[in-house]
Design a protein around this ligand. Structure first.
Ligand code: TYM
Length: 329
């Protein structure tokens, strides 16, 4: 029986966070046994904000090293760098021509980033979802494991694919977002009303995957809670505590009622330390392996070269079909 196809990716901008790990990578690792998986580093998407070229290169390799350290097996999955499979750019352009300005202007990520980078609202930032649609549709992916913030991009991908299929006959598989409830939206530790983000201005808001254990502990101890001193899952009234519970649940597999029972009669101090330790323990094996993998540039090059070769075979087939259907010689 054919396995279902999975594709996902992470931008090569900035340092990866606990949000990226719990919302994406951790789920990818679990999926690799059951599905035919394509995991990429979206370095072309990174160009929508200004990067130092050296940083972009280094970040691309760092993310690859994290993928491997986190347990993605390069023998089981196709792991590649987006820019090395030229079909992405090519289908991205074609899909630009099947995507409407009106749809793109409704994207919340575009609106948010336009505010954050008001001096650089470039066309790539606007058409970003069409390139993301190309990433997914090239591989005929059935499932796209992402955090909640990417759901809207999955919806537009489906709309573009359906539009194309209607015009030219069945060309693309219509993908589904795969969003795990407990890890869908890891919130900031200082500002639990907004998601934990690489680009947060307050460093204590974010756990970076490279943070040392003592830094992780310190950040959790400082996490914003409330004055009730009761561990109870209530996202609207108790966003800080609920976020910590969600992190803990996602790391340990415990349910919210397990957690409420575990901390009955205990205060926030104990709770924060337990959550911090669970995260430290979860990240430790990744951190232990990460640096030595990153130092082995030859090994990384082998992985991404082979990954791009495999990816290209599948991507080229879809792109040829598309070109044939629309009359591009
Ligand atoms: P990016 O790089 O912003 O984020 C990578 C993944 O991490 C998830 N994520 C979170 N999940 C839970 N809580 C958080 N606080 C949190 N922060 C980030 C994101 O939802 C995402 O799954 N456009 C994509 C990259 C991309 C892509 C693709 C993804 C390019 N092409 C094709 C899937 C398929 C992005 O910017 O993700």
């Amino acid at each position: 029986m054919n396995k279902k196809i999975v594709l996902s990716g992470i931008q090569a901008t900035g340092r990866l966070t606990l949000g990226n790990y719990l919302g994406a990578i951790n789920n990818w690792v679990k999926m690799q046994e059951e599905y035919d998986c394509y995991y990429m580093i979206a370095n072309l998407h990174s160009l929508t904000v200004r990067n130092n070229p050296e940083d972009l290169k280094n970040n691309t390799l760092k993310i690859l090293a994290i993928y491997i350290a986190a347990g993605l097996d390069p023998e089981k999955n196709t792991i590649f760098i987006q820019s090395q499979v030229k079909e992405h750019s090519e289908l991205g352009w074609i899909l630009d021509c099947y995507t409407y300005m009106g749809e793109l202007s409704r994207m919340t990520q575009f609106k948010d980033k336009s505010i954050k980078h008001a001096d650089n609202i470039n066309a790539g930032l606007f058409t970003y979802p069409a390139l993301m649609a190309a990433d997914i549709l090239l591989y005929q992916a059935n499932l796209v494991p992402v955090g909640e913030d990417q759901r809207q991009h999955l919806e537009i991908t489906r709309d573009i694919a359906e539009r194309f299929n209607k015009l030219y006959g069945k060309t693309f598989v219509i993908p589904d977002a795969y969003v795990k409830k407990e890890s869908a939206r890891v919130m900031g530790l200082q500002n639990p009303e907004s998601k934990m983000s690489k680009s947060a201005t307050n460093i204590n808001d974010v756990i970076f995957l490279e943070d040392a254990p003592e830094v992780i502990l310190k950040k959790f101890k400082k996490a914003v809670t409330d004055s009730e001193n009761k561990i109870r899952f209530e996202p609207i009234q108790k966003p800080g505590v609920s976020n910590l519970m969600q992190i803990y649940s996602s790391v340990t597999g415990k349910t919210m009622s397990d957690i409420e029972k575990e901390f009955e009669g205990k205060g926030y101090g104990d709770f924060k330390i337990t959550v911090a330790n669970s995260v430290i323990e979860k990240l430790k094996p990744i951190q232990d392996k990460y640096q030595s993998i990153l130092n082995n540039q030859e090994y990384l090059e082998k992985i991404y070269t082979k990954g791009a070769e495999n990816a290209r075979k599948v991507a080229a087939k879809t792109l040829n079909d598309v070109k044939h259907k629309i009359g591009i010689l």
